[in-house]
Write a protein that binds this ligand. Structure first.
Ligand code: HEC
Length: 130
């Protein structure tokens, strides 16, 4: 399956599936059998360090591994220039969307991090590479 197919399916709410191998793995969160790799673009990491808004279009990815197997991708994307213009989507490893996911809940919880570009792992991004 090509990336174009993934993106066509993802247009349901504007969030697209990124080219994972172009992203930087900036931090890891571990909880029991769960291991989460957080990834974003080098440009976004530079902006976060500088305290400026990430570029519109930026993807932030949570790669969720359960007992060593890739379970899903949770993806945040900066959809517009406004500080609150974030979109969310749950993708399965084959690139399809979890169709019944209520992404408004993703947004509502992440909005509590509005002062930190909607990111819970903001400090991990600030500290990456230091
Ligand atoms: C109840 C709160 C809550 C909800 C709902 C939620 N998240 Fe998160 N999200 C978190 C927390 C907390 C983290 C930090 C990692 C961790 O603790 O596992 C996180 C991390 C992330 C990250 C990595 C960047 C960051 O913010 O640190 C992405 C991407 C993400 N979530 C996407 C989603 C998507 C997509 C959904 C909906 C399908 C979702 N989240 C729903 C709380 C939430």
């Amino acid at each position: 399956m090509g990336l174009a197919v993934w993106q066509a399916e993802a247009e349901q709410n504007g969030v697209t599936f990124p080219e994972i191998n172009t992203l930087t793995h900036y931090t890891t969160v571990e909880r029991g059998v769960t291991v989460e790799h957080m990834l974003t673009t080098p440009e976004a990491l530079a902006a976060i360090k500088a305290g400026t808004p990430v570029p519109t279009g930026t993807h932030v990815v949570l790669q969720d591994f359960q007992s060593g197997d890739l379970y899903r991708y949770l993806i945040a994307q900066k959809l517009g220039d406004g500080a609150a213009d974030w979109g969310y989507q749950w993708f399965w490893p084959d690139g399809t969307i979890k169709a019944d996911e209520r992404t408004a809940q993703c947004y509502a919880c992440h909005r509590s991090r509005e002062a930190n570009q909607f990111m819970f792992t903001h400090s991990g991004a600030v500290g990456y590479g230091e």
